[in-house]
Design a protein around this ligand. Sequence first.
Ligand code: ATP
Ligand code: MG
Length: 363
Amino acid sequence: TVDAPRTLEIAAIPADGIGHDVVGAGREVVDALAAASGGRFSVNWTEYDWGSDYYAKHGVMMPADGREQVADKDAIFFGAVGWPTVPDHVSLWGLRLALCQGFDQWANIRPVQFLPGITSPLRAADEKDLDWIVVRENSEGEYSGFGGRNFAGRPDHQEFSVQSAVFSEYGSERIIRFAFELAMTRPRRKLSKVTKSNAQQHGMVLWDDVFDRVAADYPEVTTESVLVDAMAAKFVLKPGDLDVVVASNLHADVLSDLGSALAGSLGLASSANLNPERRFPSMFEPVHGSAPDIAGKGIANPLGAIGSAALMLEHLGLPEEAAAIHRAIEETTRRGVLTPDVGGTATTADVTRAVIDHLALVP
Ligand code: ATP
Ligand code: MG
């Protein structure tokens, strides 16, 4: 069957720091693939200058109608937020979380894999296989924004602050069911649930209950329950024992940084913030932040962002194109074209060029 040619409408939001370098790299790869696709698809990019520079001029990270401006796009390709001139919680909530939560991107997918030619801290160990997906609850939990500061500026009182984690049955069930469905698509069909329910009486205890209930619908999936501290150790000591890992907003955020470091660098890790119902655009971004220490130096590792572009194409119904990007990434690392974070001397542009040179739609 020959699909009708498609034009993808994509919002590009590089935001801050190396977000500019890596979003540019991802766009180049997608454009090269579109050019090679024989008319199968093309991309119409719209770039938005939102972020910490925008904040310096306007006092906000994005315009008040920012969300409406991108609501009709097929997807959002995002860089990273965070710059020393803006408090981190302001930049995060003012842009990235505003989009994530505003578009109900409640499932955050973070693959963790070994790549050929990359020296991982685990490569020396027996565990040769590192191939997981961290599924992060992305709409509530510890990042529900619920709470407040009390007695601020009152000389007669000590200030205290409350930040409540909210775990709803609805929110827990949909992410846990999503993780079971994902596990069903993978050869090993294993799902590990992460909580800290032993130290809580309420929130994550609900997760345990919901998990047990949903698990009854998926008898083919092997499950385990691991506390988050034990899981951090297991990531390092028994990586080959894991497949799909589902965790709360905060826990999965921490664990996926650990996972990408174990794979070799934070710069390698990709991420998809999905609105699975497709009522709103989903958002694709590298796991890493804006890395002010290497911003503007041209040496940021673009592979996390390029891999995120592949997740975006897969989401938009172009799985062969996504696979072509993954193969080109592997060929690039296998040949040793590596940025300094993974032990090489190549620039962002060198790595991007190498990925483009190895794009081939037929394996
Ligand atoms: P955030 O709060 O947004 O998660 P962060 O403070 O955790 O950000 P990152 O910006 O993610 O920090 O990066 C931490 C460090 O990892 C950086 O200072 C940088 O040295 C390194 N790093 C991150 N991403 C990359 C990349 N793509 N290429 C090379 N090095 C990177
Ligand atoms: Mg971080």
